[in-house]
Design a protein around this ligand. Sequence first.
Ligand SMILES: Cc1ncc(COP(=O)(O)O)c(C=O)c1O
Length: 411
Amino acid sequence: MIQHLSKRASGSKRSAIRELLKLTERPEIISFGGGLPAPETFPHEEMAAIAGDVIRENPQNVLQYGSTEGSRTLRKLMSEWLRPQGIDVGIDQLLVTTASQQGLDLLCKAFIDPGDVIFCGLPSYLGAIQSFRLFESRMVGVELEDDGMNLDILEQRIREERAAGHPLKAVYVIPDFQNPSGISMSLEKRKRLLEIARREDLLIFEDNPYGQLRFAGEPIPSILSLDDEGAGRVMMLFTFSKVLCAGLRLALLVADGEMMDALVRVKQPSDLCTSKLTQHMAARYIQQYGLDDHLAEIRKIYRVKRDAMVEALERYMPKNEGISWTNPDGGLFLWVRLPESLDTEAMFPQALEHQVAYVVGSAFYVDGRGQNAMRLSYSLVSTEDIDEGIRRLSDLVREELGSISKSGSAA
Ligand SMILES: Cc1ncc(COP(=O)(O)O)c(C=O)c1O
């Protein structure tokens, strides 16, 4: 029966990292692989009470289908919450999606034809890469610098792609504490990216799950909030997964006018509507508690973990000019670069022997590079285990460096 697969499904692959991460589920392994939010950040008691309340109060409503656009109450609350952040949108510019992964899927359904070029960071979020691949886009990677995408290279790639006759469509960017690198894009670059997008008539898909998880430094305005063109060029995704509970499967997609209309049209055949129950739970949580106090608590948790990881890296990693790591002011991830001679995928079985795990860098590179890098998430691991895990990882790196220099001298 396999001959009946669509071209799309037969061309799609299971995520290599999810397969690798299955190997890390053994309890003795300290895994920095999973990019999930820390479960201690979930307000579970409050949510349990709210679930009971909203169902008992109005079961005919919350257990029913809802509108494709999403709950008006939730959208109104969120439009009020977004306004002080410079995102001045009414409820008609907010679409509730089944978390931001569906938002990415809808952006592709509404705007991407096979062969359309999407520029994305090297490295970039794997789930977005999977969506862009499924919709047969042409993904063109652009190297990241410490302050975000290298825009000179973006301009160069735009020229090359145009010269080759490829249709240019969008830039995908995770401006704050990017997954997987933890890098944020500077204000100057956000403004320049907008100028480039206007000049070249590109859409910007701004995916921002981590901006609210800033535990140090000053917030940088979102690209959407800087866009004064009024053309709806920037579409932004804001998920509840990292700020409330990932299991609610809720996000907002911010878009304007005709763009929104197209997104609603492609969402309808996808799922008719996002779960009304979880939308009502999120809305009630915001009404009862607000998001800000909760966010302040979450940020403290991640800050302690980030500190523990950076301190452990400084303490244990071999001193070698080819080894560096990012030190993000927020989010869940840190990106480690090793000397070019090391390959984190080839090292992975030894990492499991050392009872430590990470995500291999190449998983996040649309051009297959990134072999000497790895993503570490501090989110799910206790500070004690972060220390021990980084010690194990550093031992592994030391051994690998030793075996490379031995085989180098023997050659
Ligand atoms: C950059 C980015 N976008 C989107 C998602 C998907 O999140 P969700 O579907 O839970 O909103 C993630 C999850 O880790 C992410 O890191």
